[in-house]
Design a protein around this ligand. Sequence first.
Ligand code: ADP
Ligand code: ZN
Length: 436
Amino acid sequence: MIWNQNKETMSREQMRALQGKRLHKVVSYVYHNVPFYRNRLQQMDITPDDIRSIDDIVKLPYTTKQDLRDNYPFGLQAAPQSEIIRIHASSGTTGNPTIVGYTRKDIEIWSECMARCLTAYGVTRDDIMSIAYGYGLFTGGLGAHYGVETLGAAAVPASTGNTEKHVRLINDLGITAIACTPSYALHLAETMEKMGIDKKSLKLRVGAFGAEPWTENMRTEIQQRLGLKGYNIYGLSEIMGPCVSYECSEQDGSHINEDHFFPEVIDPDTLEPLPYGSTGELVFTTLTKEGMPLLRYRTRDLCTLYQDQCACGRTSVKMGRILGRSDDMLIIRGINVFPSQVESVILSMKECAPRYLLIVEREGNLDTLTVQVEVRQEYFAQGFDTFEPIFKLEKELGAKLRSVLSISAKVQVKAPGTLERSQGKSKFVIDKRVLK
Ligand code: ADP
Ligand code: ZN
């Protein structure tokens, strides 16, 4: 089944013509409504009339996460505030979070893209889908939720946490589809097994897994342990949220909703666009967004674009799995964590030395973060060599980290000089998670 036959199976010529028309429109829109873009374009001596076809996209400037931060909170918003009906924020970034405002039309397009995606997974009006992405500022929960409702299936807003209760719901309600991170899916499987619930007694058959990198091996394991077919879903809040791209029945690469999000892959160092088939940094231009349209937004996600004759009948360009990121961001339990955020919290505590180590591990199927930090020599000499003050400091640091990172971390305060010193460049992060 295909949700939008016309858009999802367009010929290449038709798609390119549509993209060209929409690109001209969005460039003209930001030129007239976003001073940031008008200045950039004027500096480059470009007017909207210079953008006539989709090939002209290479003339346009890139937009970076830093540009969003510099213009926090609403500097890149193009629509008047009265047109904005929803505001999301990125999960966890250094400094200011990224704020994204959506108009009613944006929410409609987002919901349609989600409905396309769910239809490609084989979800129909008869399904009951639980959404175990976080509801809140994060785009995962509400984004998926609106898609399920648009499609006409029944949405169960389970959100994250309380896994046992969720397993019972899956069992009692006969839930047939689930949306969550792949690591949470494994955690769910583990909990189910511990509770003695046999997957054969459940009706689960479809999983929409994304928001973090995962592998074919993980897919095999999740499918086997939950007794469903697991599909990749990709997206980012700056561009829309989940469902910028989605897998189809072939489970082989994700179709991009390219009538709304135009994809490019570039060399992250030279910024030169790369041909299909090359691995590089993924860049998106929003072609229809009203709230916060972005030109050539650098996602920092590394992957490959390609076009094949997909057996599902869709003609859209596909992207491979995300192979990594061109920056140092960690994704822990679906939440972005920058080492520099941890550093700034540590440095705000007078007792802590600027010597720390982040250890990311996977216990069972849940990511854990341990922060080891050394106490300053002078405090150590004044009683911080005993249990009580250390324990108090660990608790205080833990609470601060939790409020800044939005996830909890295990804190271990160490004696001065105990953390390993490296030759040359210091190592602040050890990521022990192995994606099998
Ligand atoms: P931000 O916090 O920057 O707003 P989001 O919380 O919207 O970002 O998460 C977007 C990021 O999550 C993507 O840029 C990508 O790195 C990662 N991501 C999302 N879906 C997938 C997926 N299916 N596979 C790998 N990584 C993904
Ligand atoms: Zn396909």
